[in-house]
Design a binder for this molecule. Sequence first.
Ligand code: CUA
Length: 337
Amino acid sequence: MSTKSRVIQGSAVLAALLALTDAACSGPGTMTSAAGPGAHRISLLSVGMFAIAAFVFLVVVCFLAYGLFHRRRDADTQEPNLEDHGGTRMVLLGGIAFPIVVLITLFVITLVALQAQANEDTGSHAFTINVIAHRWWWEFQYPTQGIDTANEVHIPTGQPVLMEVTSTDVIHSFWVPRLQRKVDAIPGRTNEVTLQADTDGTYLGECSEFCGLQHAHMRFNVIAESADAFNAWVADQQKAAPEPTGDALQGQQVFLGSSCVYCHSITGTNASGTVGPNLTHVASRTTLASGTIPNTPDELAAWIENPQSIKPGTQMPASGLTSTQLRQLVAYLETLS
Ligand code: CUA
């Protein structure tokens, strides 16, 4: 094969790899499609490190190629002689000086990124959200606004919000790839991380530390919206649950008369359990069971009837309700928007 066709073939392979990388590096759960200052910084650092590594690789390959072809021509006529070929200088420059410069550069850019991250977390924030990881769902408490919600966190676009992350059971990890680095949720400890989105949108979050059977079903949504939309959401969430009537009233009695109340809270009722998500505004959320199923009346009924069939291992037991009770309970929960 001629050198020219080798070059063409090499270029085609490189182009295919780049296209593949591009396809793999976009999407809702990809940190390279950064949408917030934290993720931008991580993305920049990754690209910088990749560029340096690629440069080092190229230099090594060039020297290797030179060595191979050069040696092949004069191998018959003379023995290799390090002195004659400038071997000592090569060892000093390529083996010691060059790696030191590269490693120091990597060290410095990492330190700069770490410092920027620390400044961000200790800087000023619009407000604080307490993030509490449970097996297998996320609780979001807004102490300033007096809101307690689950698996869906609203933030105002363009404003830094401080997330104080902890866990009630095992170690989880809080991660919104397009917005920020991951941070461990550790029982008995609080770790801080700043969340900020550049533009309105829904950003996928996930648990990034294996925490048991339903680790993969521990997703959440970060909804970044305009200050007006955010304030409207806050006002809605602060409202008490409406007084139920008809089927919904029957459903409320089913709820309050069953074991639901030991694990769930609904503001304005006697239900004040903290094991499972607060249900005061459950109908306003887009998913159930931490991103496992969409929040529709049918899915909700199926979930209450037999949670283990949808999310094996979940702490929620089957309800054992009659079909009428189940219908009434769903009618009640659907009023909690
Ligand atoms: Cu929680 Cu993995």
